[in-house]
Design a protein around this ligand. Structure first.
Ligand SMILES: [Zn+2]
Length: 406
């Protein structure tokens, strides 16, 4: 099972900590921050995946900090996430962008934390383990996870805030497998890009201009402030970064909601994306930021879709932008040089480039279709006006609720 096979929830609970344990936890917080920083400093400009950072920094953390072996591993992973985020914000790898760990937190997992049925928790520190009570309000929502064996504790974060220790206790439960789509299932194809962040096979367009624009603005600001190494410049930059981040996440959530809504409106059983790994090959304009944005968008869609029994898949996106959906003729010059307009050299079919690609993405996951390398057993691709098979058999929609176009 991978991470995305689980539903996750967080129960925020205060800890009842005696003075001796308090000192242990505070020391732990300090070592954790130091460990994450050491790992970031080593990895910066070198690598950013969990495995790479772990390989590079683990021994150093064991040597230079009092973190135990598992917390040393977790710190390298935390550092990898931070480096990845910073790279996504700034493509040039500007040294000023190197993350700094100032937040008083520690990441725990089930090897460093045990939650007991009597509502106590045991936490690894640099010294003795701390065993303390979870302070759960009567009838608090936390009980529904603590008292239900279907939810198992998972990755959690300890926070020190205003003199209190608060545990953001993670719980997870395996997602129930959605029924495999039936023979007559319908697929919503989604094409991702820069100008249009997402376009569906039902011709719903989610523009990407504002997201791209704000990201560039932030990169420019960083470039401007590069030579101004003052406190206030760093603060300005950090705030601008957080602001750009928040906008991106909010917008990605909005688009994810729109895509799932589109799937429901058209009775789709499957939402298909092109595989995200090939982003750079397929989209020369897309950089680290878009790679990050596409991954989040996919994650947000998968999360929402799972609650509605809609399957989300990734298909091989090769040639989806070059193939004519009318006659099947595939050629790179079917697209104009600006890569916005599709015109088939063979049959003259004209379409928006991204919309054409979205339909091909849907066809890709239809069994026996012309591009069926990995069929999921579906039959139809959802269009705005109805459903169509790869062979062109069309079933018009009877009636659809009006949803405003984004
Ligand atoms: Zn054609």
């Amino acid at each position: 099972m991978t991470e995305s096979d689980y539903c996750k929830r967080t129960a925020v609970t205060r800890l009842a900590v005696d003075p001796a344990d308090r000192e242990r936890l505070l020391t732990m917080v300090g070592e954790w921050k130091r460990g994450c920083q050491i790992a970031v400093n080593s990895a910066w400009g070198q690598c950013h995946t969990r495995n790479e950072v772990q390989q590079l920094a683990y021994d150093e953390l064991r040597e230079r900090t009092d973190l135990g072996s598992q917390h040393a591993v977790l710190a390298t992973h935390r550092a990898a996430e931070a480096v990845k985020r910073a790279r996504a914000r700034d493509e040039d790898g500007d040294p000023d962008a190197r993350p700094e760990f100032t937040a008083p937190t520690v990441v725990y997992d089930t090897r460093t934390m045990t939650v007991f049925d009597d509502r106590t928790v045991s936490l690894t520190t640099t010294g003795e383990r701390v065993h303390c009570d979870l302070v759960v309000p009567d009838a608090g929502y936390q009980s529904q996870y603590l008292d239900d064996d279907r939810w198992e504790p998972s990755k959690s974060t300890l926070h020190y805030r205003d003199g209190d220790f608060v545990l953001h206790l993670g719980f997870r439960t395996p997602r129930s497998d959605p029924d495999p789509p039936g023979e007559d299932a319908t697929v919503l194809g989604v094409d991702l890009g820069v100008d249009n962040l997402a376009v569906t096979s039902t011709a719903r367009f989610f523009p990407g201009g504002e997201l791209d624009h704000r990201q560039r603005e932030f990169a420019d600001l960083r470039a401007d402030l590069r030579t101004t190494d003052t406190r206030s410049a760093r603060r300005t930059l950090r705030r601008a970064g957080e602001h750009a981040d928040r906008y991106a996440r909010d917008y990605l959530h909005e688009v994810a909601g729109g895509i799932v809504e589109e799937a429901e409106r058209h009775g789709c059983d499957v939402i298909a994306f092109g595989e995200l790994g090939d982003v750079h090959d397929l989209l020369p304009d897309a950089g680290e930021f878009h790679e990050w944005a596409f991954e989040r968008l996919f994650e947000f869609v998968a999360y929402r879709a799972a609650e509605r029994d809609v399957t989300v898949v990734q298909v091989n996106p090769e040639y989806t932008s070059q193939r004519c959906t009318a006659c099947g003729f595939t050629h790179p010059q079917n697209r104009d040089v600006e890569r916005t307009h599709f015109e088939c050299l063979k049959c003259g079919n004209e379409a928006n480039d991204d919309y054409n690609a979205a339909k091909n993405v849907a066809f890709r996951c239809i069994r026996r279709g012309p591009l069926s390398s990995r069929g999921v057993g579906a039959t139809y691709c959802a269009l705005s006006s109805g459903r169509v098979t790869p062979d062109g058999d069309f079933v018009p929609n009877e009636e659809l609720a009006e949803v405003p176009k984004t």
